[in-house]
Design a binder for this molecule. Structure first.
Ligand SMILES: NC(=O)c1ccc[n+]([C@@H]2O[C@H](COP(=O)([O-])OP(=O)(O)OC[C@H]3O[C@@H](n4cnc5c(N)ncnc54)[C@H](O)[C@@H]3O)[C@@H](O)[C@H]2O)c1
Length: 253
């Protein structure tokens, strides 16, 4: 068991990679706060984890709302006594909309959920973790769109680049000398989750910018969860401020 006794908060845990991460963390001994905006999926994942002998509690949260985010983090501490791992995973896509066509509403939605949410969660979390004897770990689920200029629209790409920048700043500020907090990001390529069904009307210009052959065979969410397990556990104790790309070779081509 790689996470025995650890307390983890996972956002977007009702579906896709978040569900896989919450499930795997619980299998590895963590007590998990399953946080998602969708009540039904929160309940379903908590029930499944408990049926399999794990420990979990649900939190219905809009990560774009400060009060929800602070309550989510504080709920972990009051339920289980600490916060050892925060996984900022909840995120949405933008139909590959190029900057000339991005409305204020689309921009604000993407930045609120994909970047401001993780920022607010990190802000609350680091102030708890830096007071704990063993510090804590932050895992931010970005995207290959956080490393390259395509693979999403302007708002998605900006939000994921921002998330990677936030991750590096936390690592360099709160590392071994500053609170014993590690922060790393994952940059998945194409993964078989519900997010694919939200790409309802991809913008032709945004798609045209994707000049390569595409992601190829999509990953199973558990293939990314195993990266999140490595980053959340002591196996990665000297890895801080890094981005692990898990894209099956997509961007190597
Ligand atoms: N699937 C991919 O190909 C892919 C690739 C790279 C990165 N990502 C990133 O991985 C992360 C997880 O996405 P996924 O593919 O598992 O998608 P998914 O749609 O299956 O799961 C996302 C979950 O986030 C929840 N969510 C959405 N908005 C929320 C909000 N405001 N507050 C709380 N929860 C909210 C949804 O209800 C859903 O359960 C996202 O950040 C996404 O950008 C996905």
């Amino acid at each position: 068991m790689k996470l025995q006794g650890k307390v983890a908060v996972v956002t977007g845990a009702g579906s896709g990679m978040g569900k896989a991460i919450a499930t795997l963390y619980a299998q590895e001994g963590a007590k998990v706060i399953v946080a998602d905006i969708n009540q039904a999926s929160v309940d379903a994942v908590v029930t499944e984890i408990k049926q399999n002998g794990g420990e979990a509690a649900g939190a219905v949260v809009n990560v774009g709302k400060k009060e929800d985010v602070e309550n989510m983090i504080n709920a972990a501490v009051s339920a289980y006594g600490s916060l050892d791992i925060l996984v900022n995973n909840a995120g949405v896509m933008d139909n590959f909309t190029p900057v000339g066509d991005v409305s204020d509403e689309l921009w604000d939605r993407l930045i609120d959920i994909n970047l401001k949410g993780p920022f607010m969660a990190c802000r609350t979390a680091v102030n708890i973790m830096k007071e704990q004897p063993n510090g804590g770990v932050i895992v931010n689920n970005a995207s290959v769109g956080g490393l390259f200029g395509t693979r999403g629209g302007a708002a998605y790409i900006a939000s994921k680049h921002g998330l990677i920048g936030l991750t590096k700043n936390i690592a360099s500020t709160y590392g071994r000398e500053g609170g014993n907090i590690r922060a790393n990001a994952i940059a998945p390529g194409g993964v078989n989750t519900n997010i694919q069904s939200t790409i309802t009307a991809p913008h032709p210009l945004g798609l045209a910018a994707l000049t390569d052959a595409g992601p190829g065979k999509l990953a199973d969410p558990m293939e990314i969860a195993r990266v999140a397990l490595f980053l959340g556990s002591d196996d990665s104790s000297f890895v801080n401020g890094d981005v692990i790309k898990a894209d099956g070779g997509w961007t190597a081509r």
